[in-house]
Design a protein. Structure first.
Length: 350
């Protein structure tokens, strides 16, 4: 009798284990659309870059159209470094135009100027899309790190943009920083249907020290862990593949040098690494980069391991839904640091 009971109990346990395995093993997977940002001032259809789009079966490309900053001379927002299209985009790639707006603009303009800004952006973007060889587009992304003080004017601007005839039927999306996810009461929820979570530039860039300001796991824990799952908008995600040289002079932030590359950092006649840290001392004056002997470079870059860990973290807290996964940005010199297999593993985590 006891043996029979044991067999029955074991059978129940086996059924339970199988049921649990089936439940978790059949978690629905949603389609992920990998693509890139294109953040240069001239678009040229380089074969090496187009090959990356083909490898990842990218259907679209996020293309920075221009920055918008406030011109104090004319007291108006003005375009900065708009893109030129030397070549059209590949026929199989849809364009998602992106306009970066410096946040402080919304501290300086009134409602009338904000409405005018929306009108000018809609018309300018439409013309640039045609220059890119595209007859239409389905989404316009506005990139702005809005704050509590600019929130209302920024949101009003977005409402005006949505009403523009040129943008009828198109999706207006926005970029979303980590602090806007956590501080949802003060930051508010932008009046759009979807946002793109920017998972980079999350540390204190200007603080002297060894921290990597591009990706910081502690910052993600603080700002996303308990808040991301409940964010009410549909979310795309952007991950970094870039590197940069953060310059300090007398332990004070002095900017980012575009002249410093990995090859320069590895030049032992030019730089001396501090142990195994990411800090490097400049050994002599470097006029071409505007640097002086004694300046300290914090060389920040992203490894495949960084991307894998970040994607694993995000997959635990993001709502399960189809989304675009955008790497910043499309550049062969940056992408050569990652194999196709490594990036495919990152994509698979979602």
């Amino acid at each position: 009798m006891l043996l029979l009971i044991d067999k029955i109990d074991m059978r129940k346990i086996s059924i339970l284990v199988i049921a649990v395995f089936f439940f978790f093993g059949c978690k629905q997977k949603f389609t992920i659309y990998p693509t890139f940002y294109y953040w240069k001032t001239d678009y040229k259809n380089k074969k090496a870059e187009t090959n990356y789009l083909e490898q990842f079966k990218s259907k679209s490309l996020y293309v920075r159209i221009m920055d918008i900053d406030f011109n104090p001379d004319i007291q108006q927002p003005t375009p900065v470094s708009p893109i030129n299209f030397s070549d059209p985009l590949p026929k199989q790639i849809d364009i998602i135009p992106v306009v970066f707006i410096v946040n402080h603009i919304f501290d300086k303009i009134d409602t009338k100027q904000s409405d005018l800004l929306a009108d000018r952006i809609a018309k300018f973007v439409d013309a640039k899309v045609k220059q890119a060889g595209k007859s239409n587009y389905t989404e316009l992304q506005i990139d702005c790190d809005w704050t509590k003080t600019t929130r209302d004017r920024y949101f009003s601007f977005l409402e005006e943009l949505k009403k523009h005839p040129i943008l009828k039927g198109k999706t207006i999306s926005v970029t979303l920083r980590l602090h806007q996810v956590k501080n949802i009461i003060s930051s508010g929820i932008p009046p759009v249907k979807k946002a793109l979570l920017m998972c980079y530039n999350m540390g204190n860039l200007r603080k002297y020290g060894e921290q990597n300001s591009i990706l910081d796991q502690h910052e993600m824990d603080v700002y996303l862990k308990d808040f991301l799952e409940n964010y009410p908008l549909k979310l795309d995600v952007a991950l970094p593949i870039f590197e940069w040289a953060v310059v300090f002079r007398n332990q004070q932030y002095a900017g980012i040098s575009k002249r410093i590359t990995q090859a320069k950092i590895d030049d032992k006649k030019l730089f001396k690494q501090r142990g195994t840290s990411i800090l490097y001392d400049l050994l002599l004056d470097y006029p071409a980069a505007g640097l002086k002997q004694g300046d300290v470079i914090r060389w920040e870059k992203i490894s495949p391991q960084n991307l894998f860990a970040t994607s694993k973290f995000l997959s635990r807290y993001l709502k399960p839904e189809e989304r675009n996964l955008v790497f910043y940005h499309l550049d062969t010199d940056l992408l050569k640091h990652f194999t196709n297999e490594e990036l495919q593993k990152v994509i698979a985590n979602f």
